[in-house]
Design a binder for this molecule. Structure first.
Ligand SMILES: C[S@@+](CC[C@H](N)C(=O)[O-])C[C@H]1O[C@@H](n2cnc3c(N)ncnc32)[C@H](O)[C@@H]1O
Length: 289
């Protein structure tokens, strides 16, 4: 039986978000610090720092005299990041800013990195361009993003495979009515974007993020899976009657598929298996002079 958090559950969220504790491990911190190549006196920028996970992880390594700077669009995240750094006695500066318009002069950072942020941005061209602009010639740029459109999901129950399909259909309709213009498949596209913005792509390293359940999930898992659909349907998301009907129909079909899946999983008991996997694409490049 798995008591893991919902982590990368495609039946709960179509994107990998707010789940860093499920995959940000020591290996990832080591990769980040090795590729950022911090040297004494270096200035390192985190674009979309969230609650400051990277700064705390890198700060714990006690690398001497590096200057960590994090920016995030959301002021509450900046406040959380500041508090996290302070509670670990770390020297790091945080500010609220948009990745598409960084409030820094050109070439002032020795390295720039960005983790799980581009997947939430519609104008990734501007954001990658800004990462390039603020990084000095020969400086490192590291961007780590998933391919949310290529998530793998297996269930030993055919009702489960149907629920994965109805979830994809529902979340696609939801993104459409919300006018979501982000690119679900941004991860593998970063080397091309790098080259377009004056960053020579060096290599891409893949980090798998997986979750395996053996035995029927607990009732809380099913409740969380239902709640995300029910909550989304509560809001009057669109004025367009055709879109609204389509969303309601897909939501109802998905809730029905979830109910059938839950019943089937309970019957299957210990022979039940569910496997989900996604990939994070870490693209490493060097600013061309
Ligand atoms: C999934 S979180 C990742 C946070 C952090 N990089 C991590 O991996 O722990 C995405 C973050 O990107 C921020 N974000 C989204 N759009 C942004 C933008 N245009 N400029 C700066 N930050 C942005 C969000 O506020 C959020 O904190």
């Amino acid at each position: 039986m798995s008591l893991n958090p919902p982590s990368i559950d495609t039946l709960i969220s179509p994107a990998l978000k707010d789940l860093r504790e499920c995959w940000w491990d020591d290996e990832f911190t080591e990769f980040l610090t090795e590729t950022l190549r911090p040297r004494p006196g270096n200035r390192i920028l985190d674009v979309g720092c969230g609650p400051g996970t990277a700064e705390v992880s890198i700060g714990r390594l006690h690398l001497s005299q590096i200057r960590l700077v994090g920016i995030d669009l959301r002021v509450d995240r900046v406040i959380t990041a500041r508090a996290a750094a302070a509670s670990h006695n770390l020297r790091a500066a945080f500010a609220a800013a948009d990745a598409g318009r960084l409030p820094f002069a050109s070439g002032v950072f020795d390295s720039t990195y960005c983790v799980a942020v581009m997947q939430h941005i519609s104008d990734v061209d501007s954001a990658v361009g800004e990462c390039a602009r603020v990084t000095r010639p020969h400086g490192r740029v590291v961007v780590v993003e998933p391919d949310n459109a290529a998530r793998y999901a297996y269930s030993s129950s055919s009702a489960g495979m149907k629920a994965f399909a109805t979830a994809a259909s529902f979340f696609t309709a939801l993104a459409d009515v919300r006018g979501d213009a982000t690119d679900a498949s941004i991860g593998p596209k970063l080397p091309t974007l790098f080259a377009r913005h004056g960053i020579e792509p060096d290599y891409v390293r893949l980090f798998p993020v997986s979750h395996v359940r053996i035995g029927a999930p607990e009732s809380e898992v099913w409740a969380a899976r239902r709640a995300v659909v029910e909550r989304a349907l509560e809001f009057n998301l669109t004025e367009d009657p055709t879109d609204r009907t389509s969303l309601l129909e897909r939501g109802a079909a998905h809730l029905a598929a979830l109910a059938a899946y839950e019943a089937d999983a309970r019957t299957s008991g210990p022979s039940f298996v569910e496997i989900q996997n996604t990939m994070l694409f870490a693209t490493v490049g060097q600013r061309i002079p």
